[in-house]
Structures are given as C-alpha cells and as structure tokens.
Design a protein around this ligand. Structure first.
Ligand SMILES: N[C@@H](CCC(=O)N[C@@H](CS)C(=O)NCC(=O)O)C(=O)O
Length: 208
C-alpha cells in the first residue's frame, strides 16, 4: 500500500491525496511537517533532503516533489485521461502544472503566506504587494484561458492540470486583504470542480 508522509493541510500533500481519491488508490497517511513530526528531522531528510512534504513510499521506491508524484501515479496506473500519452496533449497538462509550481507558488507566498498569515520573511510589505499583484495577474490569465477553452484547464476533460489549479483557485477565494476582481470563468471553474467529491474532501474543504 502507498504511504503518504505529510500533513493533510499542506497544499502539496493535498494534491496527492486528491489524486489518490480520484483514482481510488489505497494509501495510508502519516502526519509529518509543520505542527507534527518535523520534516527537518534526520529520519525525514534521509527520504527527502529538501525537508519538505509530501514524500510517498511505493514499496521500496521513495518519491518526492508533488507534481512528480502526480505524474508517476497517473502513469503507473495507466490513467490516460488524466495524463495523456500523446506528447502534445501531455505538454498542455504539464505547462499548467509548471506554471503553478513556479509563478503561482511565488505569488501566493506574498499574497497568502505574507499578506494573510503574516509569516516572515514573506510578510515584507513590498513582497506582499507584489504577490497580490502577481496572483491577480495569474488569475486574469486563467480566467481568459478558461473562457476560451474551458470548462477545465485543458478543455473538455478533467486532467492532472486541474489538481494544482483547483488548489490555487480554492486559495484565491480564501485569500483576503486586497481587492480581487470578479473572474467569472474562474468562479464557474471553482463550482465545476466542486462537483467532484474528492475536491470537496481535499481541495475545497474549508482550508485555504
Ligand atoms: N516543490 C515541493 C514543495 C513542497 C512544499 O513546499 N511543502 C511544504 C508544505 S506545502 C512544506 O514541506 N512545508 C514545511 C513543513 O510542513 O514542515 C513539492 O511540490 O512537493
């Protein structure tokens, strides 16, 4: 059985839990990370030298990096509808995943960790302001893409791309402290994702 190491309130652990739920993959989860056993402990660092959750153990195989874990699980279980074998279609899925990992993660550090949770060092006023601008800019881009090609990130079907994006959109609607434009296609996307029980359990579950 898969072992998922990481706290269930972590953005990146939630991606893995959501996918396992979508696929009906049996797993057990252990609490590691902030507020639980520290991911900086030697025992954990042997599994992930970056000292971050999630880590997934599939037999003897140790996996880290949430997006890598999503791709591994989808490919291993042959879920072509989520992670298309066609390279051009796959690239469309992956560009959304990479966009979240780079651009949005950075923007959310300022807008959410700094601006809302007041966590240092992200709470530097300049960084918060920039994060809010960047988060808004990214949501405008997503809104335009969904308007043109929705209802899901890559078009008609739900794919792996919607997992990180679904968590971002949940955070967009949870974050406060600045003026957020009404992005109608993003709001419709949020509602469409909310019809999925697994999203209700791990994404739109009351946690930001
Ligand atoms: N690039 C990594 C980032 C992982 C990451 O930032 N994890 C955060 C939680 S979302 C973490 O480990 N925080 C420290 C902790 O909980 O102790 C991934 O996608 O897996």
């Amino acid at each position: 059985m898969l072992r998922i190491l990481g706290r269930a309130n972590s953005f990146n652990v939630r991606k893995v839990l959501w996918l396992c739920d979508e696929l009906g993959l049996a797993h057990e989860r252990e609490d590691w990370g902030r507020g639980f056993r520290p991911a900086s402990s030697p025992e954990f660092l042997r599994l992930n030298p970056a000292g971050q959750v999630p880590v997934v153990l599939d037999g003897d195989l140790v996996l880290r990096e949430s997006n890598t874990i999503l791709r591994y699980l989808a490919a291993k279980h042959g879920i072509d509808r989520l992670y298309p074998p066609d390279l051009a279609q796959r690239a469309v899925v992956e560009r959304w995943m990479d966009w979240v990992a780079y651009d949005l993660t950075h923007a959310m550090r300022g807008a959410f960790l700094g601006g809302q949770l007041r966590e240092p060092p992200w709470d530097n006023p300049w960084f918060v302001e920039q994060g809010r601008k960047d988060f808004t800019h990214c949501m405008a881009l997503l809104d335009a893409e969904l308007s043109a090609r929705g209802p899901y990130a890559t078009g008609e079907a739900f794919t792996l791309a919607d997992i990180p994006l679904g968590l971002v959109v949940n955070r967009w609607f949870s974050v406060a402290g600045f003026e957020k434009p009404d992005y109608l296609a993003v709001a419709a996307y949020y509602e469409a994702l909310s019809e999925r029980p697994a999203y209700r359990r791990h994404g739109r579950n009351g946690l930001p």
